[in-house]
Design a protein around this ligand. Structure first.
Ligand code: API
Length: 299
């Protein structure tokens, strides 16, 4: 049995996150532990954000991201805001720099409690998304589902925010689509050798859209931050919106909002809330956990 690690159950717009404090130790949260934690209704989650000691100078932590099926993810926008809130509560600091497998992320907590994360630069090159087929222009790739002459979803914008995304444009509320049926087919489509996060986006004005996402490795989640980034960038890239959009996440409680700005320097900045629910300790090798009785926010 591994020594216990502190964790906090948190959420970003309903995206269920476990922030696990792995600082000062060499082991990792195992896929077995992730699967066990997800199997218990009390600790069911979409992503684990494991905070490890920094590996490079100038960063505060190295973050490892696990999906609820035990696979690794390269990016998680909602989870990153949760990590910022937990570390800000612990240290009183407002600005952090993290390293992930996808690169360096800078993040800031604002006075109103919202958190901005610089999610880095989008990647459009087909081989780096990655797609299985060469596309010169990945803003509209050939892919459709439904009847060949009347597809239900077609021609998504494909891109990477560190993790692979496909954004399908729809002309009505994304909640009115059978995403639980189409999501698995598209996530696992041969076009996406590393699978993909699948988002439906309805543009509602040049500065707003409504989204809903089927997540790679997690399925239908209440919200997905990196998908909101992908939708915002794809809206601007295809001329549907400007470079700053308010994204209503249709599936989240009270249809919450994320603001996505694709800055002129090519960085994508996501701003939104994070919420602490409760804290506890867990065994990172097995997933056995205990809930703290104090009821105080802690990592
Ligand atoms: N919920 C996350 C995304 C998790 C990504 C994951 N599903 C994958 O790429 O495998 C977010 O807020 O960005």
């Amino acid at each position: 049995m591994a020594a216990e690690a502190q964790f906090a159950r948190m959420n970003g717009l309903g995206n269920m996150i476990l922030v696990v404090d792995m600082r000062g130790r060499a082991d990792a949260v195992t896929p077995t532990a992730a699967i066990a934690l997800n199997a218990d209704p009390a600790t069911r989650f979409d992503q684990i954000m494991a905070i490890h000691d920094p590996k490079v100078d100038g960063t505060d932590a190295f973050i490892v991201i696990l999906n609820c099926d035990g696979t690794k993810a390269q990016a998680c926008g909602n989870g990153t805001r949760c990590v910022v809130q937990a570390l800000a509560a612990e240290t009183g600091r407002k600005a952090f720099t993290f390293q992930t497998v996808a690169g360096i992320l800078n993040a800031t907590e604002h006075a109103d409690g919202t958190i901005s994360v610089d999610m880095g630069k989008p990647v459009f090159e087909w081989s780096r998304i990655p797609l299985a087929e060469e596309f010169f222009d990945t803003s509209r790739i050939e892919l459709q589902i439904g009847p060949i002459d009347a597809p239900i979803l077609h021609s998504p914008a494909a891109m990477s925010m560190g993790n692979p995304h496909a954004v399908f444009w729809v002309d009505r509320d994304p909640m009115s689509f059978d995403l639980d049926r189409f999501g698995p087919l598209l996530e696992n489509h041969p076009m996406f050798p590393e699978k993909a996060n699948i988002t439906l986006a309805q543009v509602t004005s040049p500065s707003s859209m409504t989204t809903r996402t089927w997540e790679r490795g997690a399925g239908l989640t209440l919200a997905c931050g990196s998908a909101a980034c992908a939708a915002g960038v794809s809206g601007a890239r295809t001329g549907r919106t400007g470079r700053k959009v308010a994204i209503t996440v249709a599936s989240s409680p009270n249809r919450g909002t994320l603001t996505i700005e694709w800055r002129e320097d090519d960085h994508v900045v996501m701003t939104g809330p994070a919420e602490w629910e409760w804290s506890g300790t867990l065994d990172p090798s097995t997933g056995a956990f205990r809930r703290d009785e104090t009821g105080a926010a802690a990592l």
